[in-house]
Design a protein around this ligand. Structure first.
Ligand code: PMP
Length: 421
């Protein structure tokens, strides 16, 4: 393995990325927006990429890294997967967005209804926020009620009703949100009691994956309790499977817990990076879903639907969930051994295929920042605060190569901050 280059601009060797940032600053507010803005990441993180294949990215300056973010989740079977991209090319040669949908929409809805035990129908959108917002709207239409129960610190999208950031949001946008704590049934019960008769929906993510915090899987008791309370109060149980969907269980993330939602929001991984989201729901909500005016100029594009059909084929054929879990467990075991060896306290939480690695005694993420900075220098793209993602394209060899880099990064944390175990 190469020695770490020195810590100056030559080390970053980021001519093209820097030039693009400079041009972007002039024509894009803040130079970059949203979750892909790297301003809060270590200084060596590139902002721009030029190519990707399998589980590897090539940045604008031609540097290749193993990617553990998978485009923040959408990539699931590998960048430029041949079978998905072949389906995309075939559909593109016929037509993408037309004056009406193609047969792909019906095929995909049929496929999803057959795959997801809770689903009797599906409606398509483009982004996760479209899907979560539509779930809430359908729940309100179905119940004639106003209140939406949301777990504190959970992320359900970037619309005014759910964004975690205050800019441009007015109190009225969120007037009917009521908060509870994830995995805390009494707090949900209390929240529901406080709005008795007016609860339209309880929206829950597949597991607790709040930014910068330890992740938490839902206990079966919590999930089953949410179902029971929703039934008692006549509120819709909305499962936000946008982030975890197709990584924990192809049938829906709460299926192993024996809990079926009324409505579910999906996006990210469904089409391996092609833009698509969908809402799935049960017959009880079909009438409301028919009545709500759901649409968008691009929602009926056929290419993303063809990509989704091919992605589902690949996921099923390769038992992708088991593969991602195994690769995640391999990474997790390797990191745990390294942390132990270097005397560095870390916490690895949540499902192995969506790892979150946080350091002990690290309230402002300085250890995490150093760890990810050094790992990137050695060719591994991690995140210091956000959960990461495995894919079908990550092989045991990729994980082992990544672990060689993280060993150096873990040593750097121990050297920089001292052992703390
Ligand atoms: N819900 C969850 C759980 C998410 O993780 C996200 C995106 N990170 C969204 C909703 C919103 O999806 P999008 O960014 O595609 O609008």
């Amino acid at each position: 393995m190469n020695a770490r280059p020195s810590n100056d601009s030559a080390r970053l060797n980021r001519t093209r990325d820097d030039a693009l940032r400079e041009r972007a600053r002039r024509v894009i507010p803040g130079g970059m927006f949203g979750h892909m803005n790297v301003a809060a990441l270590p200084a060596n993180y590139p902002q721009f990429f030029e190519a990707a294949e399998g589980c590897r990215l090539r940045d604008a300056d031609g540097r290749s890294v193993i990617d553990f973010m998978c485009a923040y989740g959408p990539m699931i079977v590998g960048y430029r997967h041949p079978q998905v991209d072949e389906a995309v090319a075939r559909q593109a040669s016929l037509g993408d967005l037309m004056t009406g949908p193609s047969a792909r929409m019906v095929e995909l809805a049929e496929r999803l209804v057959a795959l997801l035990p809770h689903a009797d129908w599906a409606l398509f959108q483009k982004n996760g926020t479209d899907a979560t917002t539509l779930c809430v709207t359908i729940a309100r239409a179905a119940t004639g009620r106003r209140k939406v129960l949301v777990a504190r610190n959970a992320y359900h999208g970037a619309a005014p009703w759910c964004t975690p950031y205050p800019g441009g949001v007015i109190a009225e946008d969120r007037a009917h949100l009521v908060h509870f704590d994830y995995n805390d049934l009494p707090s949900l019960q209390q929240a529901l009691e406080s709005v008795r008769g007016d609860a339209a929906a309880v929206i829950v993510s597949a597991f607790k994956h709040d930014f910068g915090r330890d992740q938490q899987l839902p206990s079966a008791e919590f999930a089953q309790g949410v179902r029971r309370l929703c039934d008692e109060q006549g509120a819709a149980l909305v499962l936000d499977d946008v982030r975890a969907g197709f990584r924990l269980d192809l049938r829906g993330s709460w299926e192993p817990l024996g809990v079926r939602p009324d409505l579910s929001a999906w996006s990210k991984a469904i089409a391996n990076g092609y833009p698509l989201a969908f809402v799935s729901g049960s017959d009880a909500y079909r009438q409301a879903a028919t009545q709500v005016y759901a649409t968008g100029s691009f929602w009926c594009g056929s290419v993303a639907m063809a990509a989704a059909l091919a992605t589902l084929d690949v996921l099923e054929r390769h038992d992708a969930v088991a593969h991602m879990r195994q690769m995640g467990e391999r990474l997790r075991a390797g990191l745990q051994a390294q942390a132990l060896r270097h005397g560095v306290g870390i916490r690895q939480t949540g499902p192995a295929q969506m790892p979150q690695v946080l350091f002990d005694d690290d309230p402002s993420f300085e250890r995490g920042m150093l760890f990810t900075e050094v790992a990137l220098d050695y060719g591994v793209y991690l995140h210091p605060r956000h959960n990461m993602f495995l894919s079908l394209a990550h092989t045991p060899e990729d994980i082992d190569e990544a672990l060689r880099a993280t060993d150096i990064a873990m040593a750097a944390v121990a050297a920089g901050f001292g052992a703390n175990t």
